[in-house]
Design a protein around this ligand. Structure first.
Ligand code: ADP
Ligand code: ASP
Ligand code: MG
Length: 407
């Protein structure tokens, strides 16, 4: 669709009636000045999804119906979509809120997450042709039985990018409560700088390593479908951060960002048999249970035994422990399982690592100087991640930032 843009407004941006009115004014101004068609995606009002999760826990305890959980959680976006449409109507702009079943956002359960399979773009196009701005409820999907599903926390970003991709890869602007992507989380690193550009790959690594400013899946989709993507503030007119395919400047910074996540746990299996097929057996059992594993380290042992550590998201921690306990009991009765909930995963990310050596050694040296022990290490072409004790997380981010970014 030519001359069309998808604009997504996050929880804080639609967090009160005043904020919703301000967002409506911003959209109305954009339409008037740019003469472009706008498709809007909104998140639930800030705190609403957390409130619904808490209500579910209070009413159901730890075991609850998955169907009702998603029916409940998806309701937050229904409220903000209708309110945003009302606010736009008040601005004299024709608008209509649309829920997942009305736009036919079909999802499928794959490896523990809901993935978007298809969106019916005709409904969006029909509304636009009739001069109506579609206000799509983010985060929601519907499965093959017409039950509501949700796209994981932060999933409205993925709704927005998926819509932009469906509309022939039109641009997508993610409006949020910060004026772009920063070199580190601004609330823990005062020296963090706003980045003007980032590549899709850097953004994907940052998002999957803890920079929740974008949901990682949205970045993956944007890259795959070549959706032009920006992160901007809904509170200002700042240009924000543009996500690009590659940098135009020949020489870019070696490290673009530093992230930290504290929502993983470390599982250690000690005294497991050091034989071919043991690791395959352990990870196939974990995979069958729908548990996603992140960092893995094996320590070579003596006398035919070895130990293994890996990280999983904290909500999978207990399930992993139970799954492995059964395996150990049945097949590896000498093994012991430990769970460490106090870890932080610290990552440095940058395209420049493709061509510059020595980032890992410098990172380890800085952490060593601060007396921070490294538990595990993983790398990709443009990222180095380490697991450390959670209590040093903020100190580590600041020290690495000082060396790699502020120098
Ligand atoms: P929204 O409700 O708009 O989707 P989110 O809370 O999901 O907003 O994402 C924005 C938040 O992401 C920021 O307020 C900030 O706390 C956090 N954040 C984490 N890492 C970064 C980063 N590197 N740059 C900017 N913001 C970041
Ligand atoms: N409301 C959902 C959440 O809080 C989705 C989103 O905000 O993107 O996770
Ligand atoms: Mg978000």
């Amino acid at each position: 669709m030519k001359n069309t843009v998808v604009m997504k407004f996050g929880g804080t941006s639609v967090g009160s009636s005043d904020r919703i009115s301000a967002v409506a004014k911003k959209i109305a101004k954009y339409i008037k000045e740019k003469n472009e068609q706008v498709v809007v995606v909104v998140s639930a009002m800030t705190g609403e999804t957390d409130r619904l999760v808490e209500l579910c826990r209070k009413v159901s305890g730890s075991k609850y119906s998955q169907r009702e959980y998603h029916q409940l959680l998806s309701s937050g976006e229904q409220v903000s979509a209708a309110l945003t449409a009302m606010a736009l109507l008040r601005e004299g702009v024709q608008a209509k809120s649309l829920l997942a079943h009305q736009v036919r956002i079909r999802t499928k359960h794959v490896y523990g997450t809901e993935l978007i399979m298809a969106i019916d773009k005709n409904i969006i196009e029909e509304n636009i042709k009739s001069g109506i701005v579609p206000i799509v409820a983010g985060f929601q999907g519907v499965d093959e039985f017409n039950n509501y599903t949700t796209l994981g926390r932060g999933g409205s970003d993925t709704t927005a990018v998926a819509l932009a991709a469906t509309l022939d890869s039109v641009p997508c602007i993610i409006f949020t409560d910060v004026d772009g992507v920063y070199t580190a989380l601004p609330s823990i690193c005062k020296q963090a700088k706003k980045l003007r550009y980032l590549t899709y790959e850097e953004m994907l690594e940052l998002a999957s390593s803890g920079a929740k400013v974008l949901q990682a899946r949205s970045v993956h989709l944007a890259h795959k479908y070549k959706v032009p993507l920006w992160v901007r503030s809904s509170f200002s007119d700042d240009y924000g951060t543009e996500i690009v395919k590659e940098y135009k400047d020949m020489e870019d910074a070696v490290v673009s960002g530093i992230t930290c996540r504290t929502d993983q746990v470390k599982i250690t299996l000690r005294d497991i048999p050091d034989t071919p097929g043991t690791l395959a057996r352990i990870f196939s059992v974990i995979g069958e249970a729908g548990i996603v594993v992140d960092m893995i380290v094996q320590t070579k042992g003596l006398g035919g035994i070895t130990s293994l550590s890996f990280t999983v998201n904290e909500e999978s921690g207990d399930k992993t422990f139970e799954t492995l306990s059964m395996l150990v009991k049945q097949e590896m009765n000498k093994a012991r399982i430990e769970i460490d909930k106090n870890i932080a995963k610290l990552s440095v990310v940058g395209e420049g690592m493709r061509t510059h050596a020595g980032v890992a050694s410098k990172m380890f040296e800085i952490l060593g100087r601060e007396g921070i022990n490294i538990d595990m290490v993983t790398t990709s072409e443009i990222k180095i991640s380490v697991a450390i004790d959670q209590k040093y997380a903020e100190l580590a981010v600041r020290s690495l930032h000082e060396h790699f970014i502020e120098f």
